[in-house]
Design a binder for this molecule. Structure first.
Ligand SMILES: NC(=O)c1ccc[n+]([C@@H]2O[C@H](COP(=O)([O-])OP(=O)(O)OC[C@H]3O[C@@H](n4cnc5c(N)ncnc54)[C@H](OP(=O)(O)O)[C@@H]3O)[C@@H](O)[C@H]2O)c1
Length: 242
C-alpha cells in the first residue's frame, strides 16, 4: 500500500512563510492534520486562518529551547506527530566585513541549532514511517558574495539531514534545497523583483523562477517515500548548473 498523508499529523515551523502556506494548503487537501508553528502567535494564527479553520497555530521559537520543549510537550499530550517540517530562516546577508555576531547567531538558530533542538525534543514523538524535513537553499551550492551566512547555514542543513538520518533511524530525515522561489520576501529583498526574476529565468535551465507549489510538490515526495532518507532534494530549476 502506498503511504498516504490522509490523517497524518504534520507540524510546519516557520508558519508565516509563503512556502509553509503552499505546503500546508496541499497537505490539507490530502487530508493531513496540519499545525503551523511560529515565534509570533498572532502572525501564525493569521497565517493559519488564511489557509483554513482546520489549521492549528502553535508557538515555537527556534532560538529558545524552552519554547521548543513546550511545543513538544503539547504534541506529546496530543498523542504525537507523523512529520515535522521546518522552513524557518533568518537572513544575515552582506559583505563578510559587515556581519554582526547577533544576526549570525539568529541565522544559525533558525536553520541549524533550532533544527537540532527540534530533533532532540520531537524525534521520540514521531510515529512509525514519519519523518523530519528541513530547508536548505541554493546559496550553499552556488555561493555568491554577500551570502556567506546563507551558504554556511544552508550547507549545514544538508549535512544535518544526513547525520540525523543515521542517528535517528528508522525515522527518516531529509532536506529540500530551493532555488529562487517567487515568495513575498523578495518584494523587499531586491530593488526590482520582476527584473530580478527575469534575469534569474534567463540563466536558469528551466527558464523561470520557482513557485511555492514546486517546493510543496517536492516536499510531498520526501514525506511519503519510505526509501528516501539523509537526502537533499534540489528544487532549483537546475540553477546549480547555470
Ligand atoms: N524564497 C526563496 O527564494 C528561497 C530560496 C532558497 C531557499 N529558501 C528557503 O526556503 C525556506 C522558506 O523560505 P521563505 O522565503 O518562504 O521564508 P520567509 O518568508 O523568509 O519565512 C521565514 C520564516 O521563518 C520564521 N522564523 C525565523 N526565525 C525563526 C525562529 N527563531 N523561530 C521560528 N520561526 C522563525 C519566520 O517567522 P516570522 O514571521 O516570525 O519572521 C518566517 O515564518 C527557508 O528556509 C529559505 O531559506 C527560500
Amino acid at each position: 500500500m502506498p503511504y498516504s498523508l490522509k490523517d497524518k499529523r504534520v507540524l510546519i515551523v516557520g508558519g508565516s512563510s509563503d512556502i509553509a502556506a503552499a505546503l500546508a494548503t496541499d497537505l490539507l487537501q490530502e487530508g493531513a492534520r496540519v499545525t503551523l508553528a511560529g515565534r509570533n502567535i498572532e502572525k501564525t494564527t493569521v497565517a493559519a486562518k488564511a489557509i483554513g479553520d482546520a489549521v492549528r497555530p502553535m508557538t515555537l521559537d527556534l532560538s529558545d529551547e524552552e519554547s521548543i520543549q513546550a511545543a513538544a510537550d503539547q504534541v506529546r499530550t496530543a498523542g504525537g506527530l507523523d512529520h515535522l517540517v521546518s522552513v524557518a530562516t533568518e537572513r544575515s546577508n552582506g559583505p563578510v566585513a559587515s556581519l554582526e555576531r547577533r544576526a549570525l547567531l539568529a541565522a544559525f538558530d533558525a536553520k541549524v541549532v533550532g533544527p537540532i533542538l527540534l530533533a532532540k525534543h520531537f524525534a521520540q514523538l514521531i510515529a512509525e514511517k514519519g519523518s523530519l524535513l528541513f530547508f536548505s537553499g541554493l546559496a550553499a551550492w552556488r555561493p555568491s558574495p554577500g551570502l556567506v551566512a546563507m551558504a554556511a547555514t544552508n550547507g549545514s542543513v544538508s549535512t544535518l539531514a544526513s547525520a540525523l538520518a543515521v542517528e535517528l533511524a528508522p525515522t527518516r530525515v531529509n532536506a529540500i534545497s530551493p532555488g529562487v522561489i517567487d515568495t513575498s520576501n523578495w518584494d523587499t529583498a531586491v530593488p526590482d523583483k520582476r527584473e530580478w526574476f527575469r534575469q534569474i529565468a534567463t540563466s536558469a535551465p528551466v527558464g523561470r523562477v520557482g513557485d511555492p507549489s514546486d517546493v510543496s510538490a517536492a516536499a510531498h515526495v520526501l514525506l511519503v517515500n519510505p526509501y528516501i532518507t539523509g537526502e537533499t532534494l534540489h528544487v532549483d530549476g537546475g540553477a546549480r548548473w547555470s
